[in-house]
Ligand binder design. Structure first.
Ligand code: PRX
Length: 647
């Protein structure tokens, strides 16, 4: 193919948990005899009642179901905390770096974290939270967010974290969908020196959520925010009154652990449901093998806990493995573009795991910001969330990693619980831009649009043909939607929604979503969600949203908007609509381009031909394909003539 290949450095091949031969052998075992493989690797957890059944899964409609280790019981918080107390109680579990430079960092040992979690678990119980109940968490990147997650896991409550950048409306929708009556938040968040009014957002959201009777509020900035007597609880003082003993609840392997809302091609965001045993095996095992993690190493995943990466690789995976996990409240370019690498130097970070969008933004600022830091502690780099373009990969490798550190480009999804296609640093020669080979137990395949299996080097729709322990189990409240979304497109297989190429060496290259989902700065968004936000505006009659290439964000948001007839669209309205979408969903949904259009290209049956809009968004208009089935082909001429000038 002519692309660059980076061989496994010899010290990695010699010292890593698995080398190339080891990978081949373990992979073979994992797919030839999954029962035996997972019976063995399931032992990595402390079980209360050991499982006797391993895998009980079917992707077929007739007997559809996904169950792993189903008769075992365990507690995930005990696996993250209690099991380490005897050997690593005084080791640091969480190294927290605040947003600004003026505040001290925090070091929280396993023993301290255990105590904090027990107190908070007791507080939840005192507030009436029971096993199986949903707890909504709307917190910034502070250690208390991890405390809250682990406290839920300790008592068997199901957490639903809502990213602290989401709007009150988006928060309200998620609270209502999972019917939670308790919300955890803070007075404000701090990001890049700016304050985020989290408590005010909660107060606003709760106007739509009469079922919420308890809000536990952490004081982060000490701002003077509203306090509703009888409903609001001060986190620190209430937790301090609780006992530091809280026996971990016995939880079934298939009992739910968390819900995390994510966008699909249609409808409202869906509550991806993960259960306990299989997820825990997957998160801890992938964390250990993908990062070649050894206890004592300082590990930093720069994701927010509002996304699945934060769940699996800031909190659960690392803590199960007894890691020291860095938690960073801020952003890569505050106070300046050296911040990431200053934090690396400050804590002597050995493993750094970040998103391509941040790397591209930093790359643009020039190499000096990186080079003035040492980064000598770094051994391994990781990438996640979107395809990493080879230029950014090379920069990451050469400038950030001083050509010394392998890069693990991990492909996975909220639905998969953890990494699925990824290099292992001691085993996999790297090709910039390729997530490379499947993790143990993952059986990827490529299909054509008609569902025919494609062999060899080819392009196709990426499916996974058999279950793996970390797989999501359902869509909260809508099991039928779970089946329809993922298992009905290609019968008997899990459809990822991604397009993919496989090369001669069996390496997988994710090419991006092939459904109506876009990936903006590694944040997944349904075009339908942005469209419905736009049409909720009084002046908008119709809207269609597509992705567009964007140098930093990977994909940007391109919105075609048809206004009501009496409206004369102008720059003021454009700005109003941008602000409106930010308000309805959150800043991450800010449209990059709004093109006003008197009409959208529709078939005679009234269906919008999104293919044409996508091409316009991609600025690839030389061949729009067959437009003869359009009800009014002149609509396209108008769209082409009035494209906004893009920088
Ligand atoms: O399109 C793929 C892209 O992100 C999607 C999943 O998004 P989300 O559920 O938010 O999870 C992100 C964190 C795991 C995938 O369908 N994606 C994720 N990682 C990669 C990727 N695309 C290419 N390469 C990756 N490493």
């Amino acid at each position: 193919m002519g692309e660059a290949v980076y061989p496994v450095p010899s010290e990695w091949a010699q010292n890593a948990l698995v080398d190339a031969a080891g990978y081949d052998e373990m992979y073979r075992q994992s797919v030839e005899n999954p029962e035996a493989f997972w019976a063995e690797h399931g032992q990595r957890l402390d079980w209360i009642k050991p499982f006797t059944k391993v895998k009980n899964t079917s992707f077929d409609e007739a007997d559809f179901g996904i169950r792993w280790f189903e008769d075992g019981t365990l507690n995930l918080s005990a696996n993250c905390l209690d099991r380490h107390l005897a050997t690593r109680g005084d080791a640091i579990a969480i190294l927290w770096e605040p947003d600004g430079l003026g505040e001290p960092h925090r070091e929280i040992t396993y023993r301290q974290l255990h105590e904090d979690v027990c107190r908070f678990a007791n507080l939840l119980k005192a507030k009436g939270v029971r096993k199986g109940e949903r707890v909504t968490i709307y917190l910034p990147m502070v250690p208390e967010a991890a405390v809250a997650m682990l406290a839920c896991a300790r008592i068997g409550a199901i957490h639903s974290i809502v990213f602290a950048g989401f709007s009150p409306d988006a928060l309200a929708g998620r609270i209502t969908d999972c019917d939670s009556r308790i919300v955890l938040t803070s007075d404000e968040g701090l990001r890049g020196g700016r304050k985020v009014p989290l408590k005010a957002n909660v107060d606003e959201a709760l106007k739509q959520c009469p079922g919420v009777d308890t809000v536990i509020m952490l004081r982060r900035t000490g701002a003077d925010v509203g306090f509703v007597e009888g409903r609001d609880v001060d986190w620190a003082s209430a937790a301090a009154q609780q006992s530091a003993d809280c026996a971990p609840e016995e939880i079934g392997a298939e009992d739910p652990l968390f819900i995390l809302y994510t966008s699909g091609s249609t409808g409202k965001p869906k509550g991806v449901l993960h259960t306990t045993g299989g997820y825990a095996v997957w998160a801890s095992m992938t964390h250990q093998y993908v990062f070649d993690y050894r206890p004592g190493q300082i590990y930093w995943c720069a994701a927010d806990i509002g996304w699945v990466t934060g769940h699996s690789y800031v909190v659960y995976g690392p803590l199960m493995n007894g890691a020291t996990t860095v938690m960073f409240e801020g952003v890569p370019n505050f106070p300046d573009a050296s911040r990431f690498w200053q934090v690396v130097d400050k804590f002597k970070v050995e493993i750094f795991y970040g998103a391509p969008t941040a790397l591209r933004a930093l790359m643009r600022e020039g190499d000096d910001w990186v080079k003035k830091t040492s980064r000598a502690s770094l051994r391994l780099l990781g990438s996640v969330g979107e395809p990493i373009n080879p230029e950014a990969w090379e920069w990451y490798h050469k400038v950030v990693g001083d050509s010394r550190c392998p890069i693990v480009d991990t492909w996975w999804q909220t639905e998969t619980g953890g990494a699925m296609i990824t290099p292992l640093p001691g085993a996999t020669p790297l090709k910039p831009g390729s997530a490379s080979r499947p993790f143990f137990g993952v059986k990827p395949a490529l299909l054509d649009n008609d569902g025919a299996l494609l062999e060899g080097a080819t392009d196709g729709c990426l499916v996974i043909t058999d279950s793996w322990p970390g797989q999501m189990r359902s869509v909260w409240g809508d099991h039928e939607r779970f089946f329809q979304t993922y298992f009905s497109t290609f019968k008997g297989m899990y459809f990822t929604g991604d397009g993919c190429r496989r090369d001669e060496d069996g390496y997988y290259w994710i090419t991006g979503r092939i459904d109506d989902v876009i990936n903006v700065s590694g944040h997944r968004m349904g075009t339908a969600e942005i469209e419905s936000a736009l049409v909720a505006h009084a002046k908008v009659a119709e809207a269609a949203v597509v992705g567009m290439p964007h140098d930093i964000k990977g994909q940007g948001i391109y919105a075609f908007v048809t206004c009501n007839v009496e409206v004369e669209p102008d720059e003021a309205l454009r700005r109003e609509l941008v602000a409106w979408v930010r308000h309805e969903i959150g800043p991450i949904a800010t449209p990059d381009v709004i093109q006003f259009a008197p009409g959208l290209p529709k078939t005679r049956s009234g269906k919008i031909m999104r293919r044409i809009l996508r091409k316009i968004g991609e600025n690839d208009v030389s061949n729009l394909g067959d437009t003869s089935t359009l009800a009014d082909p002149s609509v396209v001429d108008n769209l082409l003539a009035n494209r906004p000038l893009l920088a």
